[in-house]
Design a protein around this ligand. Structure first.
Ligand SMILES: [Zn+2]
Length: 459
């Protein structure tokens, strides 16, 4: 099966030209101004952008959390991702205490494998790392997983001690991999939570008050210092505020391999959302929480100048009805997370264009940088001969309104309800096969493949 995409404006992180893309089977085999080949199928992309499939490197499908499970499973979540132009995700396989790395990954494989509509991988979230785990660590890398996650938050659940932090960073660095850190001062935050509860402050907004930006900046600084002595690259996930970003900038200035991402919610929303009536603030309870709006433009500037490398979603949806409601009267019981995987490519397009970013930078932030940093470039993240034919034909002139009524995520609300944006992923190909077309999903769940990843580039 061959496919020819004709006359589109082809944008990668470096290219920008009107031309054609020729696909044979699952791979791109030719790109050029006017290709002479004829194909089994020709798609006219005139007046549209042709870009590499987006990569969301931070999602949580069907994740057990706080006595419930995130409402998108690997099927609904990856179909929604595809509608949004995302053709690869990286989820987090979380090691529960007492489980081996292998058991953890086998568990995630058994759920993701039969259901994923797009290609997928996981970061391994390590909660226990004793010297006896060292051999197993090498086997994880061998299996094609080169990124590891640690939590400096959620004491008693996922939080690790500094010994574990150091060991993970060192082993990941030696393997050419990367350590991702959820960086907050989990211990001080726990005390602030206890104080608020003692004062009877139980509304959703106190979730945000218990986790101030300063405690994120503190966690980031500490993680990067440990990474410095472990001589290993460190990637800070979900940076929500300027002070935390500035710690990354400082560390990079000192010559360290320090990197970070932010997420769509922090680029558009702010802490006033917690004041919504009727418990609606619970919709925005995720960690880190939304912060004062003064942080938004610095984050966009950080993306433009390369202080932060990419934009993810931290997609971890819970329905308002029946799930978020578990925390009525006690913010500690609100499951942490929100929906986002579907809207990222369009939201970042809209926000980036309004701020004068290049189209190349937009593609880099949504696809290429993640492919490079998480060890899957140039298989993913670009349009070039030999790369997987993960391609989005993007109608950049299409205007639309985001709403839970029309999204495909299995969640009864949208974080961006009513927001008017420009740009719609019109046709989406996953390894050469059209999976989204005419507003319909045309694929088969389970045809997404596990992505074996290699060494992580340091951008
Ligand atoms: Zn997350």
């Amino acid at each position: 099966m061959t496919t020819l995409i004709k006359n589109g404006r082809v944008i990668t992180a470096t290219d920008d030209y009107i031309g054609d893309v020729f696909i044979d089977g699952e791979k791109i085999v030719g790109v050029g101004k006017t290709l002479p080949q004829t194909a089994d199928r020709t798609i006219d992309a005139s007046n549209k952008l042709v870009i590499p499939g987006a990569i969301d490197p931070h999602v949580h499908m069907e994740l057990p959390f706080g006595g419930t499970v995130s409402s998108d499973d690997f099927k609904t979540g990856t179909i929604a991702a595809a509608f949004g132009g995302t053709t690869s995700i990286i989820d987090f396989a979380i090691q529960y205490k007492g489980k081996t790395f292998k058991e953890t990954l086998d568990d995630w494989d058994s759920r993701a494998g039969p259901k994923c509509a797009i290609d997928y991988s996981y970061h391994l979230a390590v909660t226990e790392y004793e010297p006896r785990h060292k051999k197993e660590f090498a086997e994880v890398v061998e299996r094609g997983i080169t990124t590891f996650k640690i939590f400096l938050a959620y004491p008693g659940v996922f939080m690790i001690d500094d010994t574990t932090m150091f060991r993970v960073m060192q082993s990941a660095g030696e393997a050419g991999g990367m350590t991702l850190v959820h960086a907050e001062n989990g211990i001080a935050i726990q005390q602030m939570i206890d104080n608020l509860v003692a004062e009877g402050k139980m509304e959703p907004k106190y979730h945000a008050q218990s986790r101030p930006p300063t405690m994120q900046a503190d966690g980031v600084a500490r993680a990067l210092r440990v990474g410095e002595v472990a001589n290993a690259p460190v990637f800070i996930v979900h940076v929500s505020c300027e002070s935390a970003m500035n710690e990354i900038v400082r560390s990079r200035d000192e010559g360290n391999a320090s990197f970070g991402e932010t997420c769509t919610q922090y680029l558009f929303l702010n802490e006033t959302y917690y004041d919504k009536p009727n418990f609606e603030g619970a919709k925005y309870v995720f960690t880190p929480p939304l912060v004062p709006k003064e942080n938004i433009e610095p984050l966009w500037k950080g993306l433009k100048l390369g202080y932060l490398q990419e934009v993810s979603t931290d997609h971890c949806p819970f329905n308002f009805k029946g799930q978020k409601e578990l925390g009525r009267g006690d913010f500690r019981k609100i499951p942490n997370g929100g929906p986002g995987v579907e809207d990222r490519l369009s939201l970042v397009y809209d926000g980036a264009m309004k701020r004068g970013f290049s189209l190349n930078k937009w593609v880099d932030l949504c696809s290429t940088a993640s492919a490079k940093m998480f060890g899957m470039f140039p298989k993913k993240g670009t349009i070039a001969p030999g790369s997987d034919a993960d391609i989005v034909i993007f109608d950049h002139n299409k205007e639309r309104t985001i709403s839970a009524k029309t999204h495909h995520m299995n969640c009864d609300y949208s974080l961006f309800e009513g927001m008017q944006i420009k740009g719609l992923p019109e046709t989406v190909l996953s390894r050469g096969k059209v999976i989204i077309e005419d507003g319909q999903y045309k694929g088969t769940p389970g045809e997404g493949k596990f992505i074996r990843r290699g060494e992580c580039a340091q951008l």
